[in-house]
Write a protein that binds this ligand. Structure first.
Ligand SMILES: Cc1ncc(COP(=O)(O)O)c(C=O)c1O
Length: 384
């Protein structure tokens, strides 16, 4: 399958006005996603409450996401954020026995560390896996810490600060060999990289729809591998987590037999409209094609940065990076503001400007970004 990326790019009007390198914060808005929001509002005016359609939308998102992850819809919980998914999972973990250790990589987005630390009151022992000098985490650091007391490894797919991708297959192999499960936080990767949960062999995947999946804020997901569902009963629950939502039974908690048991209350209806439209674009473009495109665009960015003598902190090797190129600066906030004035939209974290690329970015976007950096070198390049 060949993908017409130029035609797809035309469906994102903001790209006519901005050099948009900020999909790792929030994607560009597509025509059909905007129309999906309008369709919801039109229905509210015409019909009022349209529950049958809304439930179907929720199911459509579940089914499309299952296709993206290469799993079954019964293994997907649709949540209101990535944090809600992690919380539901954490609430189902039992820390009362000897296997009470949770390893948290130092590449994690804060929420994925904070929620596990919140479990310390319930008996969890949270241990951090430290970074090496280059900002990544070598496999040996995990090897040293994963042991027979480890219940879970919380692992980011791609670090939100520096764009580093850990050795996921290696870490999963180590964890499983020692009886631990792995929760992959794929928020900074899914939609820009192919994320096949079975191939990766991870037990859980969390993420959301506002970045590379092209949807909106206020909707996330948790994938739970089928054979893990039955023994995990969340105490973070609600009526939409029940086996029979319509039962309205107040005498007991009867969790769904599927991953829906990790949901809680009324689904984020309007967000489902947007998420459905975004997921359809991703599947239409093709995940392999998107990954190859993102790889080319980020490789060009790294090469151009090397040419102007302002190297990124993100690794050059394809397997160690994803859609983000993180560029150090002596004043990242100041540089971000300068770039904004030039209609170049980026973001900054931890002293780095983050250029986060999607399939709709072009070589010209990259050249504009790096050209602008070259102009700002004297004031903003890192001190040597
Ligand atoms: C890697 C990663 N994980 C988790 C989150 C938090 O997601 P949420 O706000 O949906 O809980 C983010 C948000 O940017 C993220 O980048």
């Amino acid at each position: 399958m060949t993908t017409d990326f130029a035609a797809l790019r035309r469906r994102f009007p903001v790209l006519e006005r901005k050099t948009y390198l900020n999909s790792g914060s929030y994607c560009a808005l597509a025509d059909t996603v905007r129309e999906a929001f309008s369709a919801y509002l039109d229905e509210r005016l015409a019909v009022g409450a349209n529950w049958e359609v809304w439930v179907a939308k929720n199911q459509a998102v579940r089914a499309l996401l299952a296709r993206v992850l290469g799993v079954t819809p019964g293994e997907i919980a649709i949540t209101t954020s990535a944090s809600a998914g992690i919380n539901a999972l954490a609430s189902a973990c039992d820390f009362s026995g000897p296997r009470n250790k949770v390893l948290v990589s130092d590449l994690e987005f804060p929420t994925s560390a904070q929620i596990w630390h919140a479990q310390e009151r319930r008996g969890a022992q949270v241990v951090h896996v430290p970074c090496a000098a280059d900002g990544g985490i070598p496999l040996e650091h995990f090897e040293r810490l994963i042991d027979e007391r480890t219940q879970l490894v919380a692992l980011t797919h791609l670090c939100y600060r520096n764009g580093m991708r850990p050795d996921i297959p290696g870490i999963v192999r180590l964890a499983h060999a020692r009886g631990a499960r792995v929760m992959l936080d794929s928020y900074q990767a899914i939609g820009a990289l192919r994320v096949d949960a079975r191939e990766l062999d991870v037990d859980f995947v969390v993420g959301g729809m506002l970045k590379y999946l092209l949807g909106t804020a206020g909707i996330g997901f948790l994938y739970v591998r089928k054979d893990c569902i039955a023994d995990l009963v969340p105490t973070h629950s609600g009526w939409f987590a029940q086996q029979d939502i319509a039962a309205m039974d107040i005498t007991a908690n009867r969790p769904a037999s599927s991953a829906r048991r990790f949901e809680a209350g009324t689904p984020p209806v309007v967000n489902c409209y947007a998420a459905e439209a975004g997921l359809k674009i991703i599947l239409e473009a093709g995940l392999e094609q998107i990954e190859a495109r993102v790889r080319d665009v980020t490789a060009r960015c790294l090469q151009r940065l090397a040419e102007i003598g302002w190297p990124a902190v993100t690794p050059l090797e394809d397997a160690r990076r994803g859609p983000m190129v993180a560029v150090p600066s002596r004043d990242a906030a100041g540089l971000f503001a300068q770039l904004m004035e030039q209609d170049i939209v980026t973001s900054f974290r931890d002293g780095n400007i983050r250029a986060t690329c999607h399939f709709y970015n072009t070589d010209e976007d990259i050249d504009r970004f790096v050209g602008a950096l070259a102009g700002h070198r004297a004031r903003f390049a890192p001190a040597r």
